[in-house]
Ligand binder design. Structure first.
Ligand code: NAD
Ligand code: GLY
Length: 372
């Protein structure tokens, strides 16, 4: 229900984290509405962190609404792309904040996809030991996943998202209208994270995605609104129960151990994060089947759905199984050097397990391209 506090939003998903609780606003045209920005703390400056692509498309909607609320609106442009999710980009933010004498009440607004959101959030966590920030996700992936839950990070050449912090935003603003400008390949990448929520938490949602996948790819607004809302509801429930990933939250990484190996192994930016996750979910489903948890028909169901979503379903060779395993060891779920995988325990329920090396190698053999 749209809350009294957020009259501009068509839907509001609360995320309950005690004093760090906040709302996810979902609606159309939210960026430019003054109501979207009401109720945030006063600040002498607001700093929009974005990239040239997103600023050119959507900066003009956001800036006047913020100027109406805050005395000074600054803009920091980061270079666009996963390959720039690293320290030098963070320094661009810190250099500007210090050059402009920004104080510890400065509000940071992350306007962009997951790359901008992860970096702006990490910068907000670090600057003066923490300044308030708002996520304005502009990709489907960021609206359904990365902007929610407070994980912020940069990549290291040896591993994805290895340097970061848990740091919650004050608000998340999901404006469905900005998805109109998203390239089709990026929309498909976002669908991977939407699909993820079905097998791990909600079989009815998985059924719904299967029957609406064409509408989602055609950007039907009602379908997108439901996908964003249901994804955020599931993520909010998981994060509300386990903010710092002591256990349950790890299920949100279904497909990610394989996916992160693809991203790091091919070089960041070759496959999109969502593409790697889509293929990784097929691999994790195959592994679940080899563990005797799900039938082979489930693997085919996931493969077919990911393919219909426009995602790659055949994994790259990456130099063979030993190299795959080496890449997957650089994973935050690994304990004492032992690999752990999110598997489907039964449809709608996921868990984290170590797996026999032989079964893992069977999955790699079944899912990867043959060597050159
Ligand atoms: P991205 O941020 O690189 O955005 C994809 C591309 O779309 C970029 O070129 C961007 O400039 C462009 N773009 C963004 N919004 C647009 C719009 N409205 N119209 C046109 N172009 C637009 O990629 P992403 O898929 O959004 O995010 C991937 C990142 O998110 C990865 O680094 C991943 O690790 C991270 N992630 C983080 C979490 C988390 O919990 N923090 C969860 C999932 C993914
Ligand atoms: N995207 C995984 C998480 O937020 O935990």
């Amino acid at each position: 229900m749209p809350g009294l506090d957020h009259p501009s939003a068509a839907a509001v998903v609360p995320i309950s984290l005690g004093e760090r609780s906040y709302d996810i606003l979902i609606g159309e045209g939210l960026l430019g509405q003054r109501g979207t920005w009401q109720g945030l703390p006063a600040a002498s400056a607001v700093v929009i962190v974005s990239n040239p692509t997103v600023l050119a498309l959507h900066g003009a909607s956001l800036q006047p609404a913020l100027s109406a609320t805050y005395p000074r609106v600054l803009v920091v442009e980061l270079p666009d792309g996963e390959v720039h999710k690293q320290w030098s980009s963070l320094d661009l933010i810190f250099d500007r904040l210090l050059a402009e004498a920004c104080d510890r009440r400065t509000l940071i607004v992350a306007l962009g996809g997951g790359v901008v959101g992860d970096m702006a959030g990490f910068a907000a966590a670090c600057y003066m030991r923490g300044v308030p920030f708002v996520q304005v996700p502009t990709t489907l992936l960021a609206q359904v996943d990365s902007s929610v839950g407070g994980k912020t990070a940069i990549n290291h050449p040896r591993g994805k998202n290895m340097i970061g912090a848990f740091y919650q935003p004050l608000r998340v603003v999901c404006d469905l209208a900005v998805l109109d400008t998203l390239p089709a390949r990026e929309l498909s990448a976002g669908l991977a994270e939407v699909i993820k929520y079905g097998p791990i938490a909600d079989t009815a949602f998985l059924d719904w995605i299967e029957s609406h996948i064409d509408a989602l790819r055609a950007r039907d607004r009602a379908a997108l609104a439901h996908a964003v809302r249901r994804s955020c509801e599931i993520k909010a429930a998981v994060v509300g129960a386990d903010e710092r990933e002591a256990g349950l939250r790890a299920i949100l990484n279904f497909g990610h151990t394989f996916g992160h190996a693809i991203e790091a192994g091919l070089g960041y930016g070759q496959w999109l994060h969502g593409e790697a996750v889509g293929c990784g979910m097929v691999m994790a489903s195959d592994l679940s089947m080899r563990l005797g948890l799900v039938p082979a028909a489930f693997v085919e169901r996931m493969r077919a759905l990911c393919a219909r979503a426009g995602l790659p379903v055949r994994a790259p060779h990456l130099g063979g199984p030993d190299r795959w395993i080496e890449l997957m060891r650089v994973d935050k779920k690994a304990e004492g050097g032992e690999l752990r995988f999110v598997v489907i325990e039964s449809l709608g329920h996921a868990g984290v397990r170590t797996v026999p090396d032989a079964l893992l190698r069977e999955t790699l053999a079944a899912c990867c391209e043959p060597g050159p």
